[in-house]
Ligand binder design. Sequence first.
Ligand code: IVH
Length: 666
Amino acid sequence: MDKKQAKKRVEVLRDLLEKANKAYYQDAHPFISDKEFDDYLAELEQLENQYNLATPDSPTQRVGGEPSSDFETVTHPVRLLSLDNTYNEDELNDFDRRVRELLGHKNYSYMAELKFDGAAIRLRYEDGDLVLGATRGDGERGDDITRNVKTIKDIPLHLKNGYPDVAEIRGEAYIERDAFLRLNEHRQQQGLNAFANPRNSTAGSLKMQDPREVARRPIRFFSFDLMTDNETPITQYKKMELLQEYGLRVCKHYKKCEDIAEVHNQIDQWKELRHNLPYETDGVVIKVNEDKYRDQLGSTSKAPRWAIAYKFEAEQATTAVKNIRLQVGRLGKITPVADFQAVELAGTTVKHASLHNEDEIHRKDIRIGDRVVIEKAGEIIPQVVSVVNPDRENREPPFKMPGHCPACGEELTKLGEDIDWRCINPECPPQIRQRIEHFASRDALDIEGLGEAVVDQLVSEGLISTYADLYELEKEELLPLERMAEKSAQNLLDAIESSKEQPLDRVIYALGIRFVGKTVARDLANGFQTMDALMDADEETLGEIDSIGPKIAESVVTFFEQEHNRQMVKTLREHGLTFRMEEQKQSSQKLKGKKLVLTGSLPSFTRKEATELIEKHGGKRTSSVSGNTDYLLKGDSPGSKYDKARELGIEIIEEDDFLKLIDKKQ
Ligand code: IVH
């Protein structure tokens, strides 16, 4: 390939990856697999390096790096203040009066903007390049989360159109309502706790250690403030225009208001319309428009005197608790749920709400028959706020958690310090059903036609009780089921048959091990290469894989310690599942079976590139030195891993030796 051809290919790949990203993040409708995405990205990276074609806005610059153990603290040059809040019209008029009195005239105007309910972020661009992304922290100092911020597609890596030498930009990262619900659904499928609201999920996502994981979260960003090295005061309105010119995303619902009456109009309008927006807004921010007046007004230690947030009251309703029932999750978690008399709240009919756990019910003292105030947390998920008139007479007795599973009668248990009760009976019917549904789901073995309704019938007719039983189904057994004709039965059997060829990572995910989601399953498959090796791994070996912490390692070991799970894997194999590895693009097997640990920085490779090279040649990069380590690859300023390797007598090599090993150099 010559440079011209490479350039063409680079363009094709960039276009494809951008589209794939959009499909994945914005439309939630991916058209290529994660694996294909990674492969194209690797190809692009390789071409960019070889032909010197890297640009700051290339998709290769978005997802990078490996997990770092902690964030550096950064001191903000200008404090990130918070805003004073008000909940009523009178206080807003007071604010306006104060501004007028302090300035001594009425020549100022306002900007009314939506207040987004997410996490504040500060960005710094130098010569147009994004050099820093930081959290607000305590306003004076925040965390350097640049690597994570770079994965957010709404944040350009490079500014456009006459940008200033230095630009400090502020804005809000957030997650849209639908994406939030999907994220929670996904978490629950994986046996993780759901996020309470979009704000928590955004803040949590931005603080994850692994930028590759952050890149998978549907985080969006609105900018609303700009500071440059240009001293000339401008207006908020102009800043919003400039931000857009530079390529940043701003929320278009901003409005210049000539006086406070116009501001009130804006607020009234958004009180209703906000429910139609795809994201959460908890109020309107009112800002004096002109910088020159802002400077005159100044700030208190906490908040500027030139701005105020008008917060919407969360919409509430009251209703009666008809019943408190227990729901059994796929992994046996018991969640108490309140059933209500149906009531309208912020645009939907609410019939039930999760009460989360026993402690929460007691904290709020919710009892059957009570009238309760409900609201939507982050305007989405209904929650019980409090009991109306808890001192009334003749209340039902306090809620008592039944000691047994409502579905199968098994005694409930608590694991370690968990606040949740669990049913640990592997034969518990709702758990069986959900396990089979998970096994057949799109990201697992992808068995089309095996949705909730069919699984329900198969289990209740006694045709299957484990996912392994699927492979013994016969057409005659399927035909009597509802809505099952000759053709659909055959299609289902064909889909079950072809699922036998699904690769190892999907099978690992399908097994339904607690905390093992798609990504972890893929890392496990890559790390161990065979199901047998994974089944026999101990916590230490598991922990050598970068993304596997002690919690996941323990969960995997516990899963495979249970005889019925080992037996299940054996049965799947007997039924013809291949557990095959997806073909890897390996250039050689020169490092086959070898484990390498990296320490310090290598002269010509990033850690990511070195890892890729190791994997490409059949080796494995592990994060800590142990007796199983084959080589320690040492760069400049090595850390404690170097001492440990010397202590254990591990062979220590430098970049040159490494290149010789993989035959890149003679
Ligand atoms: S202006 C000095 N505008 O609200 C005040 N803030 O309570 C600068 N927020 O941490 C903030 N939407 O993250 C401003 N349109 C908006 C906003 C907004 C949300 C957040 C911001 C800040 C918090 C203050």
